[in-house]
Ligand binder design. Structure first.
Ligand code: NDP
Length: 446
């Protein structure tokens, strides 16, 4: 008999969920983690990022407070206070995740594990263990380009640990991380330049919503360099970074952050040697049951590069555990996944964008609400929100909802139910408004 029923490599969102649920079904489970329990989302992703977003938002809130009668003495910001409080919260969560595993009797190995056979694993300490099933949940890591001076640049791993706030930051990329940190640093008072290889940012979001973000960001003072690439980086004697560019003038900055995508962590795990098939960019190829080409080895989360989002990894981990340890066949439904960018202001979307809908389903009806939130009006903040419904013209079913504005991600989470449930526009219209809210705009579009 094998030492364990299940051995999980990687204690991130997907790995922890699979371990905990399989153990709850009675499986003997072990998990190996070479860094910190919690993975990207908890340790250096969604959670600390969202806390920085909250911290950053005070810059505007404190400005706006005056029109609401508050006398705020001159505001000052101390990066080290926020950084240390965020890192302390991350440590607390790491402890909570570890406790959850322990309370489910999951054996934790705080070291790197490699696969040596379809049912065998070697730990960094040299210990060999066997398992009936192996689950790879090693996540992904930031892509860094091979350019001269790349050692002077940082990724989203390091951005949470900066000694001091840069006066000027250049951010390469036009995706989630680039736009979220552009907003965060700008609010902290850093001059932000976002460099993108094309003129399309946030490629998979609705164009009209993204255009609104660019318009607001430009007005705030964020600089965009489109059709531009970074050739090399040099650190000057005084600490400044000199960034040689193609497509625009060379840039100077105190920090350079690369946010150009994330690559699955499959190297050095021993997978290819035992015949596990990898796809492009090193992703682990799996079937609908998360099984790799070796029948006893499975994978969930970012390492499979299906949809790199935490709730998806969690669903995959849960489905894997239900199917193979709970005897409840379960597959993840990848349709209509809501997602959000925690930019300033945030944007969010679910279902088909207008462009995608026109290309795939044909005639569509578009309903928009372009409004200035009540709070912005009194504050004198000239920043408009935009909500958009994409409706299949023939069936009247709402196939997409897209929005930018305060609290858009939280509002969209509820609205996503309508798209998932394939509700018709008339059913949304029949819902009474909850007044006065921003969300009521969703049911008032005619
Ligand atoms: P994204 O995939 O979001 O964006 C990558 C950006 O970099 C795109 O603009 C892309 O351009 C550009 N790019 C890609 N390759 C290169 C290159 N070689 N040189 C220059 N530019 C390049 O990646 P992120 O790093 O921002 O985030 C990684 C993943 O993490 C996301 O896909 C997302 O799944 C997840 N994430 C989710 C968050 C959330 O849910 N709020 C927050 C943060 C991360 P192009 O469009 O032309 O390919």
């Amino acid at each position: 008999m094998a030492d364990f029923d299940l051995f999980v490599i990687g204690a991130g969102s997907g790995g922890v969920r699979a371990s905990r649920v399989a153990a709850a079904y009675g499986a003997r489970v072990a998990i190996a983690e070479e860094y910190k329990v919690g993975g990207t989302c908890v340790i250096r992703g969604c959670v600390p990022k969202k806390l920085l977003v909250y911290g950053a938002h005070f810059a505007e809130d404190l400005d706006d407070a005056a029109m609401f009668g508050w006398n705020v003495p001159q505001k000052t910001f101390d990066w080290t206070v926020l950084r240390d409080n965020v890192l302390a919260e991350v440590s607390r969560l790491e402890g909570a995740y570890t406790e959850t595993l322990k309370s489910h009797d999951v054996t934790i190995f705080h070291e790197r594990a490699t696969v040596t056979g379809p049912n065998s694993i070697r730990l960094a300490s040299g210990k060999e263990v066997t398992a009936d099933k192996i689950l790879i949940a090693t996540g992904a890591r930031p892509v860094m380009p091979h350019i001269d001076g790349i050692e002077h640049a940082i990724s989203s791993n390091e951005v949470f640990h900066l000694d001091k706030l840069p006066k000027r930051i250049v951010i390469a990329g036009g995706g989630y991380i680039a736009n979220e940190f552009a907003g965060i640093f700008h609010q902290f008072g850093t001059h932000v330049t976002l460099v993108n290889r094309t003129d399309v940012i946030l490629r998979h979001y609705d164009q009209q919503i993204v255009d609104r973000l660019i318009q607001i960001s430009l007005r705030k003072g964020i600089d965009f360099k489109f059709h531009a690439t970074i050739d090399r980086v040099r650190r000057e004697d005084d600490g400044r970074l000199h960034i040689a560019m193609t497509g625009c003038d060379n840039l100077e900055a105190d920090q350079l952050l690369f946010a150009i995508g994330r690559k699955p962590n499959t190297e050095g795990l021993g997978l290819e040697a035992i015949g596990v098939e990898l796809g492009e960019h090193g992703k682990l190829k799996v079937d609908e049951d998360n099984r790799t080409s070796v029948p006893s080895i499975f994978a969930v989360g970012d390492v499979t590069d299906r949809v790199q989002l935490t709730p998806v990894a969690i669903r995959e981990g849960q489905a894997f555990a239900d199917t193979f340890f709970g005897k409840k066949q379960c597959r993840v439904d990848y349709g209509s996944i809501p997602s959000a960018v925690f930019s300033h202001p945030p944007l969010a979307g679910v279902g088909l964008t207008e462009g995608h809908a026109r290309n795939t389903i044909g005639p569509v009806k578009i309903f928009t609400s372009d409004f200035r939130p009540m709070k912005n009006v009194l504050a004198g903040r000239n920043e408009r929100s935009l909500y958009k419904l994409v409706v299949d013209a023939e069936s009247e079913v709402v196939v997409g909802i897209h929005m930018i504005g305060p609290d858009a991600p939280a509002i969209l989470q509820a609205a996503a139910i309508a798209v998932k449930a394939k509700l018709k526009k008339s059913e949304i219209d029949a819902t009474l408004a909850l007044h006065p809210t921003m969300a009521e705009e969703l049911v008032l579009m005619r």
